[in-house]
Design a protein around this ligand. Structure first.
Ligand SMILES: O=C(O)[C@H](O)[C@@H](O)[C@H](O)[C@H](O)COP(=O)(O)O
Length: 245
């Protein structure tokens, strides 16, 4: 079964509107069927236009809980914070009424922060209704970086929902939702823009690929086909967006 479906758009703004429609529709359906909806979004420079479109969609946001696919181990005051990015671009307008559950917690180290986040995520009305992933040109998604310490153990973790990650290519320690949690979402979206990322994605699935990139692992384990939203123009990097990785 093709575990990926491409949705190609002529520009970033067209993609943002279409993705906002798809995500809002899924959240609305979840509210109607189970009285609540759970959305996990990624950070980085790509999401802000989509966040702003989604923030304007009319739905019962009071029944929506928003969390993060992954987070840098930095406080929300940091320019690098994905929670800060979500607060500035998504939790505005209609979506300001949503509940936000962070992954970052003040702690002595990222391992302790992950334990606190794990307890909070476990208390949510799982599974995720929507997970919106990004991808780096190195084939990482969420914070599953190819050079992460103990990557295969991280990818095969079944018990914890939130994992601490140390990767030389990531600027700081990370917190990431587990693969089973992401792969079990009702709607799994990969939002990538620009030719470079399209080529990187295709290379991750080429027969000639040396090691299995984390994005390949995620797509192959996804319970539903991953919906790839792609536009040729890389999103205008928002000066407020934390630089990635
Ligand atoms: O914390 C993060 O940076 C993200 O969650 C990360 O997984 C991101 O999706 C990719 O690194 C792509 O980032 P860009 O959108 O900036 O290319």
């Amino acid at each position: 079964m093709a575990n990926k479906v491409w949705h190609r758009f002529s520009s970033g703004p067209h993609l943002a509107e279409a993705l906002a429609d798809a995500v809002a529709g899924r959240l609305d359906a979840a509210i109607k069927t189970r009285g609540a909806a759970l959305l996990a979004v990624s950070g980085g420079s790509t999401p802000p236009p989509f966040f702003r479109s989604l923030s304007r969609r009319k739905l019962d946001w009071r029944r929506v809980t928003v969390t993060l696919v992954d987070e840098r181990f930095v406080p929300p005051s940091s320019e690098r914070s994905n929670a800060r990015l979500a607060a500035r671009h998504l939790l505005q307008n209609e979506a300001a009424r949503a509940e936000f559950v962070p992954l970052y917690h003040e702690a002595d180290n990222v391992e302790e922060a992950a334990k606190k986040a794990d307890r909070m995520i476990a208390a949510l009305p799982l599974p995720l209704d929507v997970a919106v992933l990004g991808m780096g040109t190195d084939g990482h998604t969420a914070s599953f970086f190819p050079d992460a310490r103990g990557l295969s153990e991280l990818l095969s973790e079944e018990r914890r929902h939130v994992l601490p990650v140390h990767a030389p290519s990531a600027k700081e320690p990370r917190l990431t939702l587990s693969l089973p949690l992401l792969c079990g979402a009702g709607l799994i979206v990969l939002h990538i823009e620009g030719e470079e990322k399209k080529k990187a994605f295709e290379a991750a699935f080429a027969e000639s690929a040396e090691a299995e990139a984390p994005i390949h692992t995620l797509v192959s384990r996804a319970a539903t086909p991953v919906q790839i939203y792609w536009a040729p123009s890389a999103a205008k990097s928002d000066p407020a967006a934390p630089a990635t990785p």
